[in-house]
Design a protein around this ligand. Structure first.
Ligand code: ADP
Ligand code: MG
Length: 693
């Protein structure tokens, strides 16, 4: 039961502290591996090993359903390896999330007793931790999709496990159809669809009535407390609930579900403050955040048990709902929200919106508290207000990337593709239109040479077109730097709360020189200056730049460089010709053009949509440029353009004559009629992200 698990893991922590001192490293890894190995026998799945293996041998496709934490992800690949499947090929296991792929692979390597990246490894975008030895490979679903491009029959695999199938991510849904086809031409291949919830029937039907196997889980009763109406300030309620549990409830760890890094950091700061205000008792709480951008070395901390007498508070995103199981959780606090991706085909805008979770998710979250003993779940909402299930991502995502992948795989008719749940036809159409505009598809919808080159890059089509397009403007060296910096996301500049002015001054230095340099060029300058210091961390500190993000940019750049070589684009440099660099950016991002309006806002050239310069942009608050190209739109209180650069309107005609006409860039005042339609369309912007509907 509960006590045993805790004491057992406590032993692990003491050893890991010793190991950190360096003295006992070799003996540490041996004992940890031994313990990890022993723990395998206590997992619910253990008793079903033989039956499972027999079923997998007898059925080419098997749907497995089991309670989260029963051992599906970590154990099934090991069982298969022990049974000799790896003699015929690798065992591939997909995960919707990168952190899960990494974390599970590291755990399994430990259980098997091998170094991560040797026999057991993982592969995620821009990071391949596998070697020739690797026989058990965890990877994101997106990576397996990419592998299909070079290995259409997955010849190097003997088993493919599509794990966390219930998550229904875009890549997982596409994989369903593709692996189903592969299985038909590879009778020796085994296919396992693994899920935590009861969508099993649907999976089984889709895979031609595949056999379903249920792994009975152990589940302790969970007491559910809830609020009749939602909380206006749920972060404050979270903090109060943590404190209340800590002061009144027996020992046991707390898991809080939040929507993202920002919320997690806010709760972490405020909770620490609250504990300090309450006196010395604060030291008894150990806060462990877990989210996808958390540095790898901190991710492991979430699995370390709290020292005796203290209580661990895990602040997690959805990742802890089913992907990762953290032992020792006895209390769950669930505000009932998550971030979901949504796409508006009309404007082409994609956004992450904080939305209410589904009933199915709510049950999963509550279940996390009753895995090793009776649990308690504090719901800050009323479950009656929730929808039964979440809409699969394929029905609410931009499909441009997916359509290009399918085309590259030789799938011509994307409308009649074997989707488990088909996406809206207008979204497919929009994807085809964009790919045609980018030159990736010809007028018959067939992939072009440009499209084939774009597919090589694991980034979305506009960005890959920018890279491929840089050949023409002889600035591929600069463009892959820009692409790498953009791919890192929004974490290059560091802006601590107490030093915002200093940080902003440091940032604006990268915009000096020729007027209105723009964010893309500034990112390029940041990278190049850092490179000149031989990639020092000190330079990053001095300039309010996040060194971790820079290192990641460097890794990504190295990979883009390799791909550039692969498709035969020469590395050319034109550092002083900013126009060439801007034109290459436009080669991919010409649909993202915007023109200044009288009132200081911008209007998209081809869409009746008003957009604004992002407050984090170097172009925010300076004398405005008339024409801008932007990287992406983000919706917060307004529709903001993130990463903008000045451009010349005639370039639009030069670069995309099939997309822009002279009248688009002519300097005429908008007619009255147009103005009105614009007002109507902007008034619909949903600024209240947290409304429950
Ligand atoms: P399932 O896939 O059925 O949800 P898993 O195989 O992920 O179950 O989990 C089985 C066990 O392995 C759990 O007790 C979990 O805590 C443990 N585990 C998984 N990953 C790690 C890790 N990185 N560190 C420590 N324990 C882990
Ligand atoms: Mg799992």
């Amino acid at each position: 039961g509960y006590e045993f698990v805790f004491d057992d893991l406590k032993g692990l922590l003491e050893e890991s502290i010793e190991a950190e001192t360096g003295k006992h490293r070799s003996c540490y890894s041996k004992t940890v591996a031994e313990k990890a190995r022993k723990e395998r026998e206590f997992l619910p799945i253990h008793g079903y090993r033989e039956e499972l293996l027999k079923l997998i041998e007898e059925n080419q496709v098997l749907v497995i359903v089991g309670e989260t934490g029963s051992g599906k992800t970590t154990q099934i690949p090991q069982y298969l390896q022990e049974a000799g499947y790896t003699k015929r090929g690798k065992i591939g296991c997909t995960q919707p999330r990168r952190v899960a792929a990494m974390s599970v692979a590291s755990r399994v390597a430990q259980e098997v007793g091998v170094k991560l990246g040797h026999e057991v490894g993982y592969s995620i975008r821009f990071e391949d931790c596998t070697s020739e030895k690797t026989v058990v490979k965890y990877m994101t679903d997106g990576m397996l999709l990419r592998e299909l491009l070079t290995e259409p029959k997955l010849d190097s695999y003997s088993v493919i496990i599509i794990d966390e199938a219930h998550e229904r991510t875009l890549s997982t849904d596409i994989l369903f159809a593709l692996v189903k086809d592969v299985a038909k031409v590879r009778p020796d291949l085994r296919l396992i669809i693994s899920s935590a919830t009861l969508e099993a029937k649907k999976f089984s039907e889709y895979f031609d009535s595949a056999r379903i196997y249920l792994i009975p889980g152990r589940r302790y009763p969970v007491e559910k407390l809830f609020r009749k109406s939602p909380e206006p300030d749920y972060l404050e309620t979270v903090i109060r609930t943590v404190v209340q549990i800590h002061q009144n409830e027996p020992i046991g760890d707390i898991l809080v579900f939040l929507t993202g890094q920002e919320e997690i950091e806010t709760v972490e700061t405020n909770l620490k403050q609250r504990m300090m205000d309450l006196g010395t008792k604060g030291s008894e709480i150990i806060i462990c955040p877990i989210y996808s951008n958390l540095p790898t070395e901190l991710q492991a901390k979430v699995f370390e048990p709290a020292p005796k007498g203290s209580r661990k508070v895990v602040l997690a995103t959805n990742i802890a709902e089913t992907s990762l199981t953290i032992d020792g959780i006895r209390y769950v606090i669930d505000p009932g929200y998550c971030k979901i991706n949504s796409y508006n085909p009309r404007t082409g805008m994609e956004s992450l919106l904080v939305s209410p979770i589904s009933k199915a998710s709510a049950e999963q979250r509550a279940g996390r508290s009753g895995r090793t003993g009776p649990g308690k779940c504090f719901r800050l909402y009323n479950i009656k207000d929730l929808e039964p299930t979440t809409i699969p991502e394929i029905q609410r995502a931009n499909l441009a990337s997916v359509v290009l992948t399918l085309k590259s795989l030789g799938i011509q008719d994307v409308f009649n593709f074997d989707f488990m749940d088909p996406p809206p036809a207008n979204v497919l159409l929009k994807a085809l239109e964009l790919l045609y505009a980018l030159g990736a598809l010809d007028e018959n919808g067939e992939i072009t040479k440009v499209g084939e080159r774009m597919v090589e890059f694991p980034v979305y089509p506009m960005l890959s077109k920018m890279i491929v397009g840089s050949e023409k403007y002889k600035c591929s060296k600069e463009i892959i730097t820009v692409a790498a910096m953009l791919s890192v996301g929004n974490s290059i500049f560091y802006r601590p709360k107490n030093k915002q002015v200093l940080a902003d001054t440091a940032r604006m230095k990268f915009y000096e020189g020729t007027e209105n340099v723009g964010d893309h060029i500034a990112l390029l300058r940041v990278y190049n200056e850092w490179k000149e210091t031989n990639y020092t961390t000190q330079w990053c500190y001095d300039n309010y730049i996040q060194s971790k993000s820079m290192k990641r940019a460097r890794d990504i750049r190295d990979q883009l460089l390799g791909l550039l070589n692969k498709i035969g684009i020469e590395l050319t440099s034109n550092p002083n010709d900013l126009d060439a660099i801007k034109k290459a950016i436009l080669a991919g991002f010409f649909p993202h053009s915007a023109k200044l309006q009288k009132n200081g806002s911008y209007r998209r050239v081809k869409e009746p949509q008003t957009v604004y310069v992002h407050p984090n942009s170097g172009l925010f608050g300076v004398s405005p440029s008339k024409w801008l190209v932007y990287h992406e739109l983000v919706l917060t209180t307004k529709e903001y353009m993130r990463h903008t650069t000045e451009m010349k309107p005639e370039w639009l005609i030069e670069i995309a004559p099939h997309y822009y006409e002279l009248k688009d860039i002519e300097d005429t005042r908008p007619k009255k009629k147009q103005r009105r339609s614009e007002r109507a369309s902007t008034s619909k912007v949903d600024t209240n992200k947290k409304t429950r509907t």
